[in-house]
Design a protein around this ligand. Sequence first.
Ligand SMILES: O=C(O)c1[nH]c(=O)[nH]c(=O)c1Cl
Length: 309
Amino acid sequence: TTLSTTFLGQTFASPLFNASGVRCFDKDELNSLLASASGSLVTKSCTREARTGNPEPRYVATPLGSINSMGLPNKGYGYYLDYAKAHDYSKKPLFMSVAGLSLDDNIAMVAAIRDAALPAIVELNLSCPNVPGKPQIAYDFDAMDRMLAAVSAEYDRPFGVKMPPYFDIAHFDLAAEVLNRYPAVAFITCINSVGNALVIDIEREEVVIKPKDGFGGLGGDYVLPTALANVNAFHRRCPEKRVIGCGGVRSGEHIFMHLLAGASLVQVGTALQEEGPGIFARLNAELAAILERKGYASIDEVRGRLKTL
Ligand SMILES: O=C(O)c1[nH]c(=O)[nH]c(=O)c1Cl
């Protein structure tokens, strides 16, 4: 059996890589992902200028996952563009996550990435929560439409979008309708954290993260079924596009679920944060064992095979 697959014309030895934001803040963290058994790596969502982000504690792990309100801390897009310029693409493909605080910022950043003419793949973060006062673009369908019209006009190459979870069938329909207007949107990464959850410590009778009165994005075991639903909903509605699964992955079985639901590649967030880059060797082995046991020769044969009753 093989874990290798092709995606946007590039070869991935494994379908697994980090979720943007997790262990990808600077070149040391990115190089540890490069040295891992991941099939790729994606940079922390970047803004035009560097940001320190929200006050700490801003990420906390819980028995069932994690909560975060990082506030988009990043080195600024130039830093990640320099990393992308120096990257050896024969080792593994590289994604750049872009999360401008305005449409103009996104245009400026993707124009610079375009001009660098690199094999790097852009993942446009439309679901950046945790920046107080800013609405989540992907929950405002007109804003999302305007953003995609502007970015696809500026960035003359295939790119992808990072989406928040939706919880209403009508919202799946509306979001897919917008995305399907843009053939340049070649893939959809589902999901970002489940926004504005609240974790409480009963001993201290307190919230656990400092920003936003303790409200933050949820990751981990809590979100797996919602992630699978979003992967499958967009897989069904956007047949011309690929889907990258993200959310709740901690084992080979979870990866297999995402593949059945329609994912082409699979990102790991909370579990990577907690276990470290060594997780990719474990997950590759667990996934390969499932494929062997079930008689699949490649992960491509699994994609979208989920049966309904
Ligand atoms: O607070 C963050 O930096 C953050 N946190 C998330 O859980 N998802 C995101 O897309 C971002 Cl940009």
